[in-house]
Design a binder for this molecule. Structure first.
Ligand code: LLP
Length: 402
């Protein structure tokens, strides 16, 4: 059977996102299963898709949440994820965010610089509360992915080098309010090779052994996220092998494995559905113009990312075209120079693998409303976010017009 895209379009119009929750469940169970020999926590990277129902679904499976802003922490709490399963990461946390995270007593704050550690200590002292810390180590490993989503090299802004991390753990040891509970390392996203992960995990695991030798015990080993998915014809990392490599690196250490997957859990669960408005030919270039735009799904424009595109039509005659949106930018395209069948007005166009970093990266550019989102679960479809209204878009400005 599957999702009836046309039925949703008839009732709610286009564009919209729909997410297959059964796929999310399958992905969660596969990853969790790869670590069954150990204590583990899958902390879902909320940034990938922060729709409350998506986060709630993962929470109901047992997932925690990896958050990069206090807004994401609030989302996770809002749908019942327990504070002891929430991690707060990110290179630039504001004082008020740190304060709230300490007050909420979350599992750990992932600290990314000495300066941040000092701020966290000052705030914890003011609150007279203990704060559990994890330090993000930057292992200086090339993850072999798109440079914009590579994070594990010293030239990237993320984490600290091992020597700095060591100084930071010593500072924590000497602090009355800080407690070192974790170590963290995330080298990049959409990873399709295991070897850079293995190298970086080994570096960090050896560092944990060195810390142990000086009586500093770490309870959580956070391997980050990054597992890639198929957009086109990528060969993926085998999750069983991923589990084996990590567990081997941690051999002899009594430590809980934490993972922070985003894309792996939700990426291939999502489809962005838009419809054809018109076709036109400029010179000899064919354009298919659809009602979704770069403000709804920016990955092709931003990273030149590939998303498989399917036109729902019985027409089989293919010809080369660009598929573009209504936004006033030449960068507003979903694909360039692809073969698509001849389309008619209102034909649906499916943009696949749109569950991660699509709705969350959307904007109101051109005063376009954020689209509706649906869940598909056990053969049924339900609305999980209604389309925004224009009044909602400009509500925060209205009080100030003359
Ligand atoms: N943990 C940390 C510290 C991260 O920075 C990220 C992603 C994740 C976990 C989750 O990574 P994942 O499992 O989803 O690969 N907007 C880009 C992706 C940015 C990823 C940012 N960090 C895109 O559309 O491809």
């Amino acid at each position: 059977m599957g999702i009836n895209f046309q039925e949703i379009a008839n009732e709610y119009h286009t564009p919209y996102y729909v997410y297959d929750f059964d796929h999310i469940t399958k992905q969660y169970n596969e990853l969790k299963g790869a670590f069954k020999a150990r204590k583990s926590l899958v902390a879902y990277a909320v940034k990938a898709n922060s729709n409350l129902s998506v986060v709630q679904h993962l929470g109901s499976l047992g997932a925690g949440a990896d958050c990069v802003s206090i807004g994401e922490v609030r989302r996770a709490l809002r749908v019942g994820i327990k504070s002891y399963k929430i991690i707060f990461s990110g290179v630039g946390k504001r004082d008020c965010e740190i304060r709230e995270a300490i007050e909420l007593d979350i599992l750990m704050i992932n600290v990314e610089s000495e300066a941040e550690l000092i701020r966290v200590e000052v705030i914890a002292k003011e609150l007279n509360k203990e704060c559990r810390i994890s330090i993000r180590v930057n292992p200086n490993i090339d993850p072999k992915t798109h440079p914009y989503i590579s994070t594990g090299l010293h030239e990237n802004k993320f984490g600290v080098d091992i020597d700095t991390a060591k100084r930071m753990y010593i500072r924590i040891k000497n602090s009355k309010v800080l407690k070192a509970v974790g170590i963290h390392c995330h080298i990049g996203s959409q990873l399709t090779q295991l070897q850079p992960i293995e190298e970086s995990i080994n570096i960090v695991a050896n560092f944990v052994r060195n810390l142990k030798a000086i009586n500093m015990e770490i309870s959580f080993f956070d391997v980050g996220g990054g597992l890639g998915i198929v957009y086109d014809d990528e060969t993926l990392i085998d999750t069983e092998e991923y589990g084996q490599v990590i567990m081997k690196a941690l051999f002899g250490l009594d430590i809980t494995v934490v993972m922070e997957p985003g894309r792996f859990l939700v990426g291939n669960a999502g489809t962005f559905v838009t419809k054809v408005l018109y076709e036109k030919v400029n010179g000899n270039k064919r354009f298919v113009i659809v009602d979704g735009g770069m403000n709804d799904l920016i990955r092709p424009a931003l990273y030149n990312a590939y998303h498989k595109i399917e036109v729902v039509t019985s027409n089989t005659e293919l010809s080369d075209c660009n598929i573009v949106g209504p936004v006033c930018e030449s960068g507003d395209f979903f694909a360039k120079n692809i073969d698509l069948p001849q389309t008619q007005q209102n034909d649906l166009v499916l943009i696949h693998s749109a569950g991660a970093y699509c709705a969350t990266m959307s904007s109101n550019y051109n005063t376009r409303r954020k689209v509706a989102e649906f869940a598909y679960e056990n053969g049924e479809t339900r609305l999980i976010r209604r389309r925004e209204t224009f009044e909602e878009i400009y509500a925060l400005e209205e009080d100030y017009i003359k």
